[in-house]
Design a protein around this ligand. Sequence first.
Ligand code: GDP
Length: 365
Amino acid sequence: MEHPENSKEYKGLTVNSGVEQPSNINPYLKRGRYKHRRLSVNDYVEGIVKGDVTVLGQAVTLVESTNPEHQVQAQEVIEKCLPYSGRSIRVGISGVPGAGKSTSIDEFGLHVLKEHGGKLAVLAIDPSSERSKGSILGDKTRMEKLAVHPDSFIRPSPSAGSLGGVARKTRESIILCEAAGFDKIFVETVGVGQSETACHSMVDFFLLIQLAGTGDELQGIKRGIMEMADGIVINKCDGNNVDKCQLAAAQFRNALHLFPAPESGWTPQVLTYSGFYGLGIKEIWDMVYQYIDFVRANGYFEHRRNEQAKFWMYETINEHLRNSFYQNETIAQMLAAEERQVLEGRQTSFVAAKQLLDAYFALLH
Ligand code: GDP
C-alpha cells in the first residue's frame, strides 16, 4: 500500500516500503529455552579441582538443595573433594548486626589477599534467614570491594532448615571451596544465639567483633561466647570513639583474665580497630597468623580439626535421625493427635513422647 506521506502534500519526502522481516534471523536456532545440562558427579569434581568458580557455585547450590536426589549427588561430590580439602586457614567472624561485619570483612579480605596471596572464600551461617524470611547477612550489597576481586568467592548463607542443617551445609561448602584452591576461608555469622557455637565448630580461629559505647559492654555478651573467642576486636575505634574503645578493650582484657586458660594454650588478645577507615587491620591479621603458627607448633591445630570432624559426625547422625522420625508419615499423623492430648492435659509430655518413639521403633522392625 502506498504510504500516506508520499502524497503530494509532503513534497521532498518519500517513505520507502521496508524490507520484509524474516521470522527468524538464524534458521538453525531452535526456539525455546536452553535447558541447563545436568552435571555429573565427575563434572562437578573436575570443575572444582580445576578451580572453576562457576562449577563451584553450582556445587554449593547442590549441597544446599533439599531435593533428596541432589543430596545424594552432593554427598558423592563432597566425598571425592575431601582428599583435596583441608589445606586452608578457616576464620570465623562473628558480631551483632551493625557491629560492622561486612565493612570489616571487605577490609580484612583485601588485606589478607594483598599480604598473603592465595584465594579467599567468604561463607556465612545465618539462621535468621529461615525464621524471618529475610537474612541479616545478605539483604544488602555487602563487601563491595571483595565481591569484584578476582581471587574471592562470596556466598550468602544457605537458608533452608534448622540451624544445624544450615551450619552443616556451610561446613560442606568449606570442603568444596578448599578443593577449588581457596586457602583462606572466612565464615561469617550473626552474633545472636546459637550460631556462634556452630561457627566455632568449623573454624581454626574465632574472631569476635565488639562495639564500645554503652559503658557496660560485658553485660550484654554471653560468657560462653567470650570463652570461644581466640581474639576479640573492638570496631569503630575512630573519631571521638577512640577513648571509649580503649576503655572497652581494657575491660575485655580484665574479664578474659578471669576465665580458665583455653585448651589451645593461646592467650586470647583484645585489639581495637576501624573497619571503615582501615585502621589496625594489619595488627588483627598478624595476631591471626601468629595464632595459627602457635597452634600448628603445639599440635592443637590438628587436634581441634579432629574434634570438629567428630562433632560433625554426631551432628549429622542426629540430623538424619530427627529427619527420619519427623518425615515418617505415620509419625506425622500421630504427632498432631498426641500434641493435642498434651495441650489438653490428657497426657503428660513424657508419655506422649514415649508412645511416638515406640511407634517409630516398631515401624523399623
Ligand atoms: P554488619 O551488620 O555487622 O554487617 O555491619 P555493617 O558493616 O553493615 O556496618 C554497620 C554500620 O556501621 C554501617 O553504617 C557502617 O558504615 C558503620 N561502620 C562499620 N565499620 C565502621 C567503623 O570502623 N567506624 C565507623 N565509624 N563506622 C563503621
